[in-house]
Design a protein around this ligand. Structure first.
Ligand code: ATP
Length: 362
């Protein structure tokens, strides 16, 4: 049985449907992320898991129990917010101990539990400090420790890193991954930051307009977006006009990419000849060279470098192929020295394997 089951949940505010018939289940021990643009309904869904909002329709089951009549403070669920929400007049120890004190634990047991949590969030030396004496990242670790101290079944995290600068955020991402592994508690994480979602999660639900567009592992979502929205929302992507030409008996099919011609790609379930859509292809999946050997498993084009964007670690080369089609490619600047491989107007060849991208529809 899944730890958490969300069944056909709907939430409306007046005429507006913020969460539109969402169903998904989350396994015990998962790091699960709700990812989507501002206004897609992810926070509203999280608030229903916490009990701050009630669904208009559907059910939320935790360990098989319907949560609809259970108030927030009675659920084995805690929430960590972007704004830390620590008690300013209490030390770190007192902040973390607070839920246990409220629950009437004895002082010795509280001390042992708080020590353990301080170690889990690597703040053992900071127990006697006050929140204002700590950095943003440290404060957020205290908030997380306090939310974990009575071992909830579920920890909800609502954009917990968005107040931190980029470097600290990356460091905190590593800490969160390790902490979740260590404590083994199920995390449901809300973010609009796709990089964060890809780095942290076991699985991601990509949301848009109150609905789940795709639910998969980070690798599948990134490499094989299911539709146009996911392809555009996550990372850089070539999205080329395409039409299904033929569907075969194997796990490939043939599509015609406008201005490029026909090629074999991964089959899409339910695709039919004549169906229009797009071919979604990540820039770094494309080979670029002065001359590339031909390969039956690859689409192959001669082209010309139109623009170069040097980014330090990689360079983006915009390559014009076929009938004026611009394809974004990306190569690591991994050679020693100044390592610029191509210049504007260079003749190049590009190639990608039949399974490098995916045919997507609306
Ligand atoms: P953000 O990242 O900006 O917080 P989100 O994806 O978390 O966005 P929600 O906060 O879930 O989005 O909001 C979804 C939609 O529901 C938005 O259009 C929002 O304006 C609307 N909404 C949320 N709460 C209420 C409310 N209490 N009353 C009316 N409308 C609301």
């Amino acid at each position: 049985m899944a730890l958490l089951e969300i069944k056909n949940v709907v939430k409306r505010f007046g005429d507006f449907t913020a969460v539109d018939n969402v169903s998904l289940s989350i396994e015990a021990g998962e790091f699960f992320t709700l990812l989507g643009p501002s206004g897609c309904g992810k926070t509203t869904l999280l608030r229903m898991l916490a009990g701050f909002e009630a669904p208009d329709e559907g059910q939320i089951l935790l360990d098989g129990q319907d949560m609809s009549r259970v108030p927030p403070e009675k659920r084995p669920v805690h929430t960590v917010f972007q704004s830390y929400a620590l008690f300013p007049h209490m030390t770190v120890r007192q902040n973390i101990a607070f839920p246990l004190k409220m629950a009437g634990w004895d002082a010795k047991k509280i001390a042992t539990q708080v020590d353990e949590l301080l170690e889990d969030v690597r703040l053992t030396q900071f127990g006697d400090r006050y929140p204002h004496e700590m950095s943003g990242g440290q404060r957020q670790r205290v908030a997380i420790a306090r939310a974990l101290v009575d071992r909830p079944r579920l920890l909800l995290l609502d954009e917990p890193l968005s107040a931190l600068d980029a470097k600290l955020r990356e460091q905190m991402q590593l800490e969160l991954i390790n902490l979740q592994k260590e404590v083994g508690i199920t995390f449901v994480y809300v973010t609009h930051d796709q990089g964060e979602a890809l780095a942290l999660s076991h699985r991601i639900a990509v949301m848009n307009n109150g609905q789940v567009e795709q639910l998969d592992t980070p690798e599948t979502i990134y490499s094989y977006p299911k539709n146009r929205f996911v392809a555009d929302f996550i990372g850089q992507c070539n999205v080329l006009d395409a039409e299904v030409a033929a569907v075969g008996g194997d796990d490939t099919m043939t599509i015609a990419i406008k201005g490029c011609g026909q090629m074999r790609v991964r089959a899409k379930a339910g695709a039919a000849p004549g169906q229009k859509g797009w071919f979604a292809l990540r820039p770094e999946k494309i080979k670029v060279g002065r001359a590339l050997p031909s390969d039956a498993d690859e689409a192959h084009f001669k082209g010309r470098v139109n623009d170069c964007l040097y980014r330090g670690d990689v360079t983006i080369y915009m390559v014009e192929v076929g009938d004026g089609v611009l394809i974004e490619t990306m190569l690591p600047n991994s050679a020693p020295g100044l390592a610029k491989l191509f210049d504007d107007d260079d003749s190049v060849e590009i190639a990608w394997r039949f399974d490098a991208g995916s045919f997507v529809t609306e």
